[in-house]
Design a protein around this ligand. Sequence first.
Ligand code: UDX
Length: 467
Amino acid sequence: MDQEQVTPMNSHHFLIIVFPVQGHINPSLQLAKNLVRNGAKVTLATTSRGLKQIKSLPTIKGLSYASFSGGQDDDESQFQKDFSSYMADLRRIGSQSLTNLVQKFSADHEPVTLLVYSMLLPWVAVVARDLQVPSAFFSNQSATVWAIYHRFFKSQDGIHGDIYSLLPLELLGLPLFSSSDIPSFLLPDNPLSGFVLPVMQEHIQVLEEDPSSFVLVNTFEELEQESIKAIANFNAISVGPLIPSAFCDGSDLTDKSFGGDLFSKSEDYIQWLDSKPKSSVIYVSFGSLAVLKKEQKEEILHALVESGRPFLWVLRSSNSEEEEEQVHKMIENGVKGDGIIVPWCSQVEVLSHQSIGCFVTHCGWNSTLESLVSEVPLVGCPQFSDQTTNAKMVEEVWGIGVRAKANGENIIERGEIKKCLDIVMGDEDRGKRMRENAGKWRGLAIEAVKEGGSTHNNLKRLLEITG
Ligand code: UDX
């Protein structure tokens, strides 16, 4: 992508560094757009490989794009093959390459005034400190998740702590968190714990070492009041929900997508949705990273068909071809409801479509917020990371959905999924209450981002303190 030529609008130049996965790109791009709308100049940068993989990027005055080398720039699959070597190269080569980029901006009289970095990149704070540029961490996960990580690292012996001695975990104003509710990486038997926990700990360490830094969280004050207070000593500022404005507050009706997809969308589904009655369709998607087991896909398909409701299911083509074929075969062999399967879609557009009645989701933080803002109740089927915590909050705190329970093999069976669908989409009191709650949260989210709302004021404050 060519670097867009922009004229600086004022003294702010935010450089936002994004880890190149969809769940980080989308909210970072939206944050960039919102900052630009408030008068800042923003450059969004990711690895050269990541930038090449993004299908297209929005053209907006004041927003430009850049890349830095993360090593392994030509190997498209290394990230999935050997995460640990990918991350080591990213830190080693990325630190130098990013330093060069920031220095180039200074030489070009466009000095970076705030270096913002997304999750998994704590080394960017070290680059910022060495270059004497202020920095802020952007959390694309909830304030509650950060409050839980913080509690773990503070009350234990760092990454060697015993999470079980803290359980059930208590956070002010929230129900107790058991082992199945906390971020899964905190459990010692999680295969990625040994790798992810040191990175999370480093994030907290670099923030503590620099009391002038901030944490920008994709949430809003009304949604997570107590958890935001619990991480207040990191100068936590809520800047969400980061959703394209056409679907959030309608302030910019042309802003209808995040605009930085890594996957190719199919085109046919909106017409199909148009043909369905209001609130009748089940939307199913597990985000951009989770790969479901073969048995899990079978259980989902049977549950959808047995529910008798129309469904739109995103089955990414990055899942193995063999597994995709398996679902298509099941459909050919008669397990065939009134549904369509697509490799990728514009999720924010789908969720805001009047035909959608429920979202079967892994509860990634973006999906959770997007569903809440679209007033769509959820069936949570968390897979890993923060998704377990989000699913708990959805069911027990915000009252906008239910969490489906997995069996001993970690599979959510068809009967369980169907039961949850009947609760959420049915006419019983519980389902009705969820839909009412979803409406209440949507209203509060819209208020937060409007002129004078909590998020809007926070963005203004951020610009003041970094100006
Ligand atoms: C990752 C982690 O897995 C998640 O736990 C964490 O909270 C955020 O980072 P991911 O699994 O991709 O994210 O899920 P999610 O946070 O829901 O983000 C997915 C994004 O892709 C959403 O913004 C969603 O709108 C978008 N999407 C998904 C599409 O645009 N089209 C699709 O077909 C599916």
